[in-house]
Design a protein around this ligand. Sequence first.
Ligand SMILES: Cc1cc2nc3c(=O)[nH]c(=O)nc-3n(C[C@H](O)[C@H](O)[C@H](O)COP(=O)(O)OP(=O)(O)OC[C@H]3O[C@@H](n4cnc5c(N)ncnc54)[C@H](O)[C@@H]3O)c2cc1C
Length: 477
Amino acid sequence: MSIVEVLQALLPAGAVLTGSEALQAYEMDWRGRYRGHAACAVLPATTAEVAAVVQACRQHGVPVVAQGGNTSLCEGAVPRAGGPGSVVVNLQRLRRVRSVDVANHSIEVEAGCVLAAVQQAAAQHGLLYPVSLGAEGSCQIGGNIATNAGGTGVLRWGNTRENVLGLEVVLPDGRVWDGLYRLRKNNTGLDLKHLFIGSEGTLGIVTAAVLRLHPLPTAQAVAWFATPSPSAAIELLGRFQQRCGGVLAAYEMMNDIELGHVLDHVPGHRAPVDRTHPWHVLVELSDSGPEAPLVDALEELLSAAGERGDVLDAVIAASGAQRAAFWAIRHGVSDGNKAAGMGINTDCAVPVSAVPAFIERATQAALAIEPEARIVIVAHLGDGNVHFIPMVSRERWQGYADADALSHRVKHAVNEVSHALGGTFSAEHGIGQVLTEEMHLFKPAVELELMRAVKSAIDPQDLFNPGRLLPAPTAPR
Ligand SMILES: Cc1cc2nc3c(=O)[nH]c(=O)nc-3n(C[C@H](O)[C@H](O)[C@H](O)COP(=O)(O)OP(=O)(O)OC[C@H]3O[C@@H](n4cnc5c(N)ncnc54)[C@H](O)[C@@H]3O)c2cc1C
């Protein structure tokens, strides 16, 4: 029997998808630039079904690709091209909120729960699940955990890693690890959940998680301001941190080109301030007390910065709707860029103090290779995470003799700059299929050896997401 027939016998009708049309959404990456090949996609509805699928794949030696919302920006969740094809295990049917422990500030959810649904389930109990990103309406908790997703709340609440208390994982041999602890303290040896967080489906399939919740803030104040330079924005960030401490919830920056992409290509947005200012920052304060002190702090800091020349123009949101409108611009950047042309996306993080140097040197490096690129920048500035995106028109892209090679050269040049400044080439999106070579070039050999040792201990047949995350051991350094 073929693997497809075996899986059809194991799972209920409709849970095994085959054929090019049915598979398109599971084989194609979010940007629509890459299509791999799957033998089939399966939609298990329980942890036991996931384990049965994995056991069958193991017996047949067939690779397994875990897939959540398929919003990976580094081709992490789609199968590789060619060959007999992998089995894509999409978790969308494992989407129950199993329980909310209000006193413990925790929620247990299945891996296929969409991030926004988890946020809403927590909010119904007056609690906050603080991980927030542009894809939150479609990415899943399992995908967030597998990529250690960051987003706009990291400055205050940390990455996904800091918000996971426990995990349930189907291992490559088909066993289920029940690590659904709800504890904030547990010093009983290695904390194994951390192996799976950020492992991009190479060590196991996350089927459920216990997440850490926080009191839902009752007051928010959001401002949008224009600033002359990244250095001025960082100067003001320091003042916000000193004056507001833990109340500072987000500090996001974009350049005028990025703002223009959202305004021009995503319907329904208006510029909060004159769009021609070179740099724009969205700042949010949130707290459990009243709103007035937050607004006072914004007014005080922005007006003092205006006198120094660090703020060129500013608007404090006057209503919940206006706050949402400012955030919608920030969350619209990926759609805006997708519509505006062809972007060479990077995901670097450097120490916050090095952001201005990074932007300046990366711009020089990218323009030296593609002088016609327009440099789009959107940054989680409070974390030092800069998405530096050289973009060209579709026509120019199509005219390249080898677009992949050019894109690769540009990315590499930008990543080199980050590395030289003590930064990383992957801050929050992960490695997927597109950055394995950078792993090879920039990660210390000892780190790679340790990662390989873990991989071969847990997945000796190399069946889980082969070719992702880790470069082939034989690749030249
Ligand atoms: C518009 C937009 C905005 C974005 N903004 C951000 C941002 O601000 N911050 C950020 O960090 N990312 C961002 N991303 C990237 C992406 O949304 C995140 O990486 C997200 O965590 C992926 O979740 P997913 O469910 O879509 O996972 P997928 O794309 O389906 O998978 C991602 C990786 O996780 C693995 N995986 C998926 N589910 C499981 C599971 N249950 N068990 C084991 N492995 C699994 C896959 O094999 C793959 O390697 C953005 C993407 C888009 C399209």
